[in-house]
Ligand binder design. Structure first.
Ligand SMILES: [Zn+2]
Length: 412
């Protein structure tokens, strides 16, 4: 059993757009209110009991626990009696908003994300129906609880044997979209690590380099469209604040941002499919993206979107029946892939790997990719230690185990 998300563009009527907009706003208010409650609790715990009451006060009793999803959901039901606007929104949609806040907190506790922030007007961009009724898809319309039938563009067929678990309505610069989570009751054969292998290194000079010596250029969609973006942003700031013309100009900027994101995503999928064409196993670095993005390379790093690429690559491998694994990225550029000896730190400007022990010379990123491949093969239990002479790519003893025929599930 597994889930896939299919996204379709909606064609809502103007009345439906108004409802979507109002619901998003109500969700935003609920989110902010619930966040405020939790923030107050946290702040009161930070404050000393005898604190000066001008600055801060210990108002919340000491025995009151931190508001949880459950307690806030109960409070929401109570609040509905007083606030009629909340009643107009489907109750499960509001509950999902509270759940989202809960997830944001869990992300902070477990994954070290930042403290959840308030959402300004227009910053809430999606809401979720956690379940849909029977026959939720009727031709080119999707039936949403308490909103009714909404037309959408069937850009890809929806499989008959899939169950639609939930629907998320998303607002983007180019319009409204629905993301359907489809569930299949199908056993996917587990992909075993065998056959030919490939290591991947992502970098700044090249977007990616592979262990068989290929390098892929950096698309840098942002750089290319940056000048366009700049001129559009200038236009925005020249318009009077709050005017219609300013809104129009702002919409153009948002559209361009969306286009940049789409271009990038397309490139990532294309590259991922290309890599899957070649081999049966792919190994990639387990990057510390947060640390990288914080450094000096922040802009081009986030622009390149490595995190998204690695996510897409793992999805693509899953679809195509290619084994995928991340390996430790520590010091991949400081090890010689041929003799496996330490070569010391390289400056970013140094583009070539030249080993002082064995004399092995190749592109720096390619060498790193080869180290990744070797580590990956070791991790899955292949006895690979060194690169074969002159090949500089796929180690010989691995090449000997014949590539298995890829069996991708028919439905994909
Ligand atoms: Zn060496």
């Amino acid at each position: 059993m597994f889930n896939l998300i299919y996204e379709f563009k909606l064609k809502p009527t103007s009345a439906q757009i108004a409802i979507f907009g109002e619901w998003l706003e109500q969700c935003r208010r609920v989110y902010n209110y619930a966040l405020c409650e939790r923030k107050d609790w946290v702040n009161s715990r930070k404050c000393q009991i005898n604190a000066c009451s001008i600055k801060s006060e210990y108002i919340i009793p000491a025995n009151q626990p931190l508001p949880t999803y459950n307690s806030q959901a109960v409070a929401l039901t109570q609040a509905k009696k007083k606030i009629p606007a909340l009643k107009r929104v489907h109750s499960q949609v509001l509950q999902q908003t509270l759940k989202r806040l809960q997830l944001a907190f869990e992300g902070m506790w477990k994954n070290g994300r930042g403290f959840p922030r308030y959402k300004k007007t227009g910053q809430m961009r999606s809401f979720v129906f956690p379940q849909l009724g029977v026959n939720s898809i009727q031709g080119n319309q999707v039936k949403l609880p308490s909103i009714g039938l909404v037309r959408f563009i069937i850009s890809r067929p929806i499989p008959d044997d899939a169950v639609i678990k939930q629907a998320r309505i998303v607002r983007r610069a180019s319009g409204w979209y629905v993301q359907l989570t489809l569930q299949w009751k199908i056993d996917i054969p587990e992909i075993s690590p065998s056959g030919t292998s490939l290591g991947i290194d992502v970098g700044l000079m090249h977007f990616a380099a592979t262990s068989n010596g290929k390098t892929f250029p950096n698309p840098r969609p942002f750089k290319r469209l940056e000048s366009k973006l700049k001129s559009l942003q200038k236009k925005v700031s020249s318009k009077r604040f709050g005017s219609n013309n300013r809104k129009k100009a702002q919409a153009k900027v948002s559209r361009l941002h969306e286009r940049i994101a789409n271009t990038r995503k397309n490139y990532h999928w294309e590259l991922a499919h290309n890599l899957c064409d070649w081999v049966d196993m792919i190994f990639a670095e387990n990057l510390n993206l947060k640390g990288l993005a914080r450094g000096m390379l922040a802009k081009s790093c986030l622009d390149a979107g490595w995190g998204q690429f690695l996510d897409i690559l793992s999805q693509c491998c899953f679809k195509r029946g290619v084994y995928f694994q991340k390996v430790d990225a520590k010091g991949t550029s400081q090890t010689c892939p041929k003799c496996l000896k330490e070569t010391g730190k390289k400056k970013l400007s140094k583009r070539v790997h030249k080993c002082q022990h064995c004399g092995y010379t190749c592109d720096r990123d390619v060498a790193a990719a080869q180290v990744v491949e070797i580590r990956g093969l070791e991790a899955v239990g292949h006895t690979v230690v060194k690169l074969s002479e002159g090949k500089g790519n796929i180690p010989e003893d691995v090449k000997l185990c014949l590539p298995t025929k890829k069996e991708s599930p028919a439905l994909l």
